[in-house]
Ligand binder design. Sequence first.
Ligand SMILES: *[C@@H]1O[C@H](CO)[C@@H](O)[C@H](O)[C@H]1NC(C)=O
Ligand SMILES: *[C@@H]1O[C@H](CO)[C@@H](O)[C@H](O)[C@H]1NC(C)=O
Length: 256
Amino acid sequence: MKITPTKPFILRCFLISLFLSLPFLFLHLFSPQPPNHTITTTTTKDLTTSSKTTSKDLTIRPGYSSYETYIQRQLNKTLNPKLRKIWTTRDWNRKIPIFAKFFSELKDKNLLTKTSKALCIGARVGQEVEALRRNGVVDSIGMDLVPYPPLVVKGDFHNQPFDNDTFDFEFSNVFDHALYPQKFVAEIERTLKPNGVCVLHVALSRRADKYSANDLYSVQPLVELFKNSVLLHVRGVDGFGLDTEVAFRKKPPRRF
Ligand SMILES: *[C@@H]1O[C@H](CO)[C@@H](O)[C@H](O)[C@H]1NC(C)=O
Ligand SMILES: *[C@@H]1O[C@H](CO)[C@@H](O)[C@H](O)[C@H]1NC(C)=O
């Protein structure tokens, strides 16, 4: 008889505690959650916080658990035998004249001369290099994860294998492949000579390919990333799925 009241008592305690915990449950459910971050976004999160330049107009694609996975994926495309075959045969004849025309236009604007020391970043099999050489720019070389001698040497655009102040001209149409856009640009500014010119072909407002690591929606993030350069021009181009040409000139060293 004495024990009977305890059962409802315990039940009441339980119900009361459940009731009291409800606000916390709701708070948890409806409070702003961080986006579904798994380990895959650690690197991009580090990047966006460290660079301070990535904005809504430049986003890093999630899905790379490590730098090694990213490099592996890029290598997968670069080493694909079918693609390499196409790049050196059908594309070789189709694309080189178009690249040559772009470079000839840059020569007309005096952004490139026959005596320029030129680098093509992410040049695969070196179509751009061949196009530069056909424009008389003999001192030109390409760089990619996989070398293709004699036109392309091995190198990672996040960590170029060149000394500071090496090139007069750098060209790239693989900005979208950069997992660390800030590093990509910093390396260009490091290896360009003062007053050297960098020309990028990029795709705005549209997803490039499945090997892209970032998406760019305006020129503004580039202007912010090229912090030691001045913007020379932005113009529309028809460059193999890339629609915009952006040119920068590295500033001369500051005098004190
Ligand atoms: C690279 O390609 C191979 C086959 O083509 C595939 O099995 C592998 O998962 C790919 N690796 C990456 C990192 O994409
Ligand atoms: C090369 O340039 C980088 C970045 O501007 C600078 O931090 C570094 O000290 C330079 N290295 C040399 C050897 O001048």
